[in-house]
Design a protein around this ligand. Structure first.
Ligand SMILES: Cc1cc2nc3c(=O)[nH]c(=O)nc-3n(C[C@H](O)[C@H](O)[C@H](O)COP(=O)(O)O)c2cc1C
Length: 322
């Protein structure tokens, strides 16, 4: 697939996930074959007003390229100004958030609220395309609610405004993250535009990846929650789509090693205090499905040092017969 002139290899990208898919997780997913990554959404207002926390969200390391940065907001000129500022971080492309359901974003007119105002949404794309020399992409849902499934229309407007690719999460804003994913609507978007369409929603393994491709005709895949505690999912998807091969999850020993590497990297980027607090949710995802997970979860809730998580990983390995 190509995003503008940017050649993308492999089959699936890591979805942007605020508070989760940070630099540590993105680098790890790229090491397991994620084709590209997108940073956590950053406020265009925050960026244009030099807010330090917003700017931190745009940082990209050389180990996670190709990478995009994502902006949210509802004012075309502020978005364009923020897009220009984002160039400082040398992203390969810029993504515009038209899917976020959170009240603090959609309640202010940004994210999924843009789906209710297609003309404004396309104006944002047009201004950003004008402002930056890199490809501009859009990530949307299938509509605000079941009565307003306007993603094909919005996607076509965005394409006319210069968008280089469209990612569609196959749910409405009202649905939030509840099932089902409406693949027919993703297909309708694919038929409405000629730029690449990236299918997103409940892709968690090779088979669901194949199903998304078959039922939507989309050009590429994006995986969000399926990568939580399972960064190796990208390797599994590639193996299935390229060779029909089903690769099992790695042995528990490797899983625990990856978890520890992930948490060490989190601490290296964010400091031990914040890193260990954020490590708790990741650790809980890594141990999902392991025998005795409920009791390990209690220990995870108390984690404050890397030594504690190392001891937990050692206990998990000892108690699970490796
Ligand atoms: C914790 C969390 C944070 C998210 N943050 C963002 C975000 O910053 N920008 C965005 O476009 N989508 C965001 N999403 C939506 C995902 O990118 C993705 O569209 C959604 O989770 C559906 O894909 P999945 O079923 O593979 O998880 C977020 C999702 C989750 C679960």
């Amino acid at each position: 697939m190509k995003i503008g002139s940017l050649q993308i290899r492999g089959c699936a990208a890591l979805a942007p996930m605020a508070g989760v898919a940070d630099r540590a997780m993105r680098e790890l997913c790229v090491s397991y074959g994620a084709s590209y990554v997108i940073g956590e959404m950053a406020s265009s207002k925050g960026i244009s007003m030099h807010d330090r926390k917003s700017a931190e969200l745009l940082q990209i390391s050389d180990d996670e390229r190709p990478a995009g940065v994502q902006l949210f907001g509802d004012d075309p000129l502020t978005m364009a100004k923020a897009a220009e500022k984002a160039l400082e971080y040398k992203p390969e492309f810029l993504d515009i958030n038209m899917g976020c359901p959170a009240p603090k974003v959609a309640g202010n007119g940004g994210g999924s609220a843009l789906m209710k105002r297609p003309e404004l949404a396309s104006q944002i794309v047009r201004e950003c395309v004008r402002a930056v020399p890199i490809p501009v992409t859009v990530k949307m849902r299938i509509g605000w609610d079941a009565e307003n499934l306007n993603a094909p229309y919005l996607a076509a407007l965005c394409e006319q405004a210069g968008a280089a690719a469209i990612t569609v999460h196959g749910r409405t804003r009202v649905q939030m993250y509840a099932p089902p994913v409406d693949r027919a609507q993703i297909r309708a978007v694919k038929q409405a535009v000629s730029v690449p369409v990236i299918g997103n929603g409940d892709v968690t393994d090779g088979r669901s990846a194949q199903q998304m491709l078959d039922e939507t005709g989309c050009d590429f895949l994006m995986v969000g929650r399926g990568a939580l505690g399972r960064p190796w999912v990208f390797r599994q998807i590639d193996a299935f789509l390229e060779r029909g091969e089903i690769i099992p999850d790695p042995p528990l020993e490797e899983q625990m090693r990856v978890m520890l590497d992930h948490i060490r990297s989190l601490c290296a980027y964010k400091g031990d205090y914040i890193g260990m607090r954020e490590a708790r949710k990741h650790a809980a995802w890594y141990i999902r499905g392991i025998r005795g997970a409920a009791s390990y979860r209690n220990r995870i809730g108390q984690l404050t040092t890397i030594e504690q998580i190392e001891a937990l990983a050692a206990d998990i390995l000892a108690e699970n017969g490796t």
